[in-house]
Write a protein that binds this ligand. Structure first.
Ligand SMILES: [Zn+2]
Length: 179
């Protein structure tokens, strides 16, 4: 990631993502045009954004992610899942849902409060991208309002689950909290 990209990532994920040089953006694309993440060599995480997302990760908008950077943040959440060991255990249901899975796979639960519910890969990524820029899959009252607000119903989840996740435990002997 470039300095600008990693600064944007840090504004959402805090210190919970691997170092910027370990996150490698590519223009690869999966079946049906879906973006995806996968492990690379040497501990890298490949974030495959497709051609448009790769050309301008921060500025790219798509019909589904209709705000600059929203797709990037969504896919970085999958990188976060991979870095914290949450990705592969939950991948099979995602694959079975198909590359063009409908909103039901993505839409977060109506109530999101502790104790945090078990979420699908896409629900969790949607929570982060909806907090980043509220859209049609988040709380209706927030549609069109500014993102990254500490008043948003998803903020506590972003703060207490996403940002609070420590990478130290994966190399230093501590334990990683799994949710
Ligand atoms: Zn996704």
């Amino acid at each position: 990631m470039t300095a600008r990209e990693s600064a944007l990532a840090a504004s959402v994920f805090g210190n919970s993502l691997p170092a910027p040089h370990r996150i490698v953006l590519t223009d690869l694309c999966g079946l049906g045009g879906t973006c995806f993440v996968c492990p690379g060599l040497g501990g890298q995480i490949l974030v495959n954004l497709g051609r448009r997302g790769f050309d301008d990760p921060i500025g790219c908008c798509t019909p589904t992610y209709a705000a600059p950077g929203k797709l990037f943040i969504h896919e970085l959440t999958h990188a976060w899942q991979l870095a914290h060991g949450h990705y592969f255990p939950r991948l099979l249901p995602r694959l079975l849902a198909g590359p063009r899975a409908g909103d039901a796979v993505y839409r977060p639960p109506a109530v999101l409060v502790p104790p945090w519910p078990r979420l699908t890969l896409e629900q969790q990524a949607t929570i982060v991208d909806e907090w980043f820029h509220p859209g049609r899959l988040g709380p209706a009252a927030w549609l069109g309002l500014p993102g990254m607000s500490e008043a948003h119903p998803y903020w506590l989840y972003v703060r207490d689950v996403i940002q609070a996740a420590s990478l130290r435990g994966r190399s230093g002997g501590g334990t990683v909290q799994c949710l």
